[in-house]
Design a protein around this ligand. Structure first.
Ligand SMILES: NC(=O)c1ccc[n+]([C@@H]2O[C@H](COP(=O)([O-])OP(=O)(O)OC[C@H]3O[C@@H](n4cnc5c(N)ncnc54)[C@H](OP(=O)(O)O)[C@@H]3O)[C@@H](O)[C@H]2O)c1
Length: 231
């Protein structure tokens, strides 16, 4: 199988796919016809989430597993966990990761992880949650960050398109794969966000957006759009 086929047809594992954001992205990918593997600490929770997806998208090719088993079977592994659980979870995947996999982080290091405000950020030594993930993962796994600025409410609402730009940061080849993946979510436009170090800027926008949601009373969450880009 070519690299292109591998990433355009291979399974997508979503670790934390039982939670708000991961479930939303799983729904969208399943609706678009991709094989989705929900990951959880407890396989039975993942199986239940997969059943919920099938109830909403009867054509869905989706199954539930514990996080390491989902990881072993996937070409693209999405991490959708609260920041405080990221490092332990990644360390538990060491035996399950495969060379050449793409590891997509949606994680935002919000201060609420340690009892602070969700509209504030934690300082991460590596620069961002995505770069922390990269520091913990084998070198032959490519880390990309995306979807940190899209709310779970919009992802889960299959009746509507997601009216948002998604900034994708990471190494050139893996970034291109994830930019293609973004096209599976109706309404989303992928924005080339450059190298993974830019994840520090992108993740922090989420904290800003949470503050805006509070001040403007938008519980479903505001979205980002860039103007002036060539078509
Ligand atoms: N929610 C949003 O609108 C949104 C938007 C943008 C970005 N994000 C980011 O996306 C990530 C996920 O957000 P979320 O709202 O989906 O989180 P969440 O619903 O609170 O949690 C996601 C999953 O994390 C797993 N988890 C909980 N405690 C754990 C632990 N001790 N160890 C390992 N796994 C644990 C749970 O899965 P199991 O119990 O099944 O293992 C849970 O379903 C966060 O970093 C968040 O900042 C969220």
């Amino acid at each position: 199988m070519s690299q292109e086929q591998r990433f355009s047809t291979g399974a997508i594992a979503i670790l934390g796919g039982t939670g708000d954001q991961g479930f939303g992205l799983a729904l969208r990918f399943a609706k678009a016809g991709r094989k989705v593997l929900i990951g959880s600490r407890q396989a039975d929770r993942a199986v239940k989430a997969a059943e919920e997806i099938r109830a909403l998208v009867p054509t869905a090719d989706v199954a539930g597993f514990d996080n390491p088993t989902a990881t072993t079977q996937a070409e693209i592994v999405v991490l959708s966990l609260p920041f405080e659980h990221m490092a332990t979870t990644i360390k538990g995947l060491k035996e399950s990761l495969k060379p050449g996999q793409i590891f997509l982080s949606m994680v935002v290091p919000l201060a609420s992880s340690i009892g602070g405000a969700a509209s504030q950020m934690l300082q991460v030594w590596q620069g961002s949650a995505a770069e922390l993930a990269e520091s913990l993962l084998p070198k032959d796994v490519s880390v990309v960050s995306a979807f940190q600025n899209v709310s779970a409410t919009h992802l889960r609402d299959l009746e509507h398109e997601v009216d948002a730009d998604v900034i994708v940061s990471g190494g050139k080849d893996a970034r291109a794969v994830v930019m293609e993946l973004c096209k599976l979510v109706p309404g989303v436009r992928a924005i080339d966000g450059g190298p993974l170090s830019n994840a520090r800027i992108v993740e922090s926008l989420t904290a800003l957006m949470i503050g805006i949601n509070i001040r403007y009373k938008v519980p479903e969450g505001v979205g980002l759009r860039f103007t002036g880009l060539p078509k």
